[in-house]
Design a protein around this ligand. Structure first.
Ligand code: 6PG
Length: 240
């Protein structure tokens, strides 16, 4: 742990794909492989889901995949404080793209009760995560300002907390719940999914060492980008 409470990044690998489709195909394969490994190792696959639009293409591919779904457990990196079932929630979008299309034991989907309001939902979700140990795979997106999950620039990292209530968020809706940087970093693997020209500035800032929330995610981190998002970073090797 760094002095500011940010986790240490053990490995940070960048990989560029020609387009969103190629990235989504690779990410889906990576997730399925990580699941097979985890289930073989400890009988379960604990996956943290990213919100926003970018991962939806990956989730849609997983909707037609074959896997040992009863051994999967789905957690959410963050949620928007909207009524249960609201189309604007991350869990609603993910159910629509993926989980509604596969045979999932309902108890294996660990939604954030964001309908309760940020404070109460954060408390409840922290209690759910207590004693859980590390995740197998954490999926994250990247915002134009360098935010990830609902960890926004200029906000304290709050060392020691697993789940945070977020108020006055710069991205609507303003009330949100998010796992902390430290909790998101407690994972065998972290995978960022980044596509589109609107993410170029955040990618450049990240690589330049700017103090953006995405950089506070530690551990074994892999960043998958499409050529659009990486266009201003020709030094990123490993283009595919
Ligand atoms: C949210 C997300 C957020 C998202 C980024 C990128 O609830 O909005 O958790 O962190 O991942 O804002 O969003 P896009 O993928 O839609 O660009």
């Amino acid at each position: 742990m760094k002095s500011d409470g940010a986790p240490v990044t053990a490995a940070l690998r960048w990989q560029v794909f020609p387009d969103r489709g190629a990235l989504a195909a690779h990410a889906a394969e990576l997730i399925l492989a990580s699941a097979r490994e985890a289930i073989a190792a400890h009988g379960q696959f604990r996956l943290v889901l990213a919100g926003g639009r970018t991962p939806l293409a990956v989730y849609a591919r997983l909707a037609s995949a074959h896997a040992e779904w009863p051994h999967w457990h789905w957690y959410f990196g963050d949620e928007r404080c909207l009524p249960a079932g609201d189309a604007g929630r991350n869990d609603s979008a993910i159910r629509h793209a993926w989980l509604d299309h596969i045979a999932v034991p309902p108890a294996n989907i660990h939604a954030i009760p964001a309908e309760l309001g940020a404070q109460a939902a954060a408390r409840q979700y922290a209690a759910l995560l207590a004693g859980l140990g590390e995740f197998d795979l954490v999926l994250l997106g990247l915002g134009e300002d360098g935010h990830t999950a609902s960890l926004f620039p200029g906000r304290p990292l709050v060392a020691g907390a697993d789940v945070l209530a977020v108020h006055a968020a710069p991205k609507p809706p303003s009330e949100r719940v998010t796992m902390s940087a430290a909790r998101l970093s407690r994972a065998r693997q972290v995978l960022f999914l980044v596509t589109g020209a609107d993410k170029r500035a955040a990618v450049t800032a990240w690589r330049a060492g700017a103090d953006i929330p995405a950089r506070a995610i530690g551990g074994n981190v892999q960043v998958l980008l499409d050529a659009e998002a990486a266009a201003e970073e020709p030094s990123i090797t490993g283009s595919r």
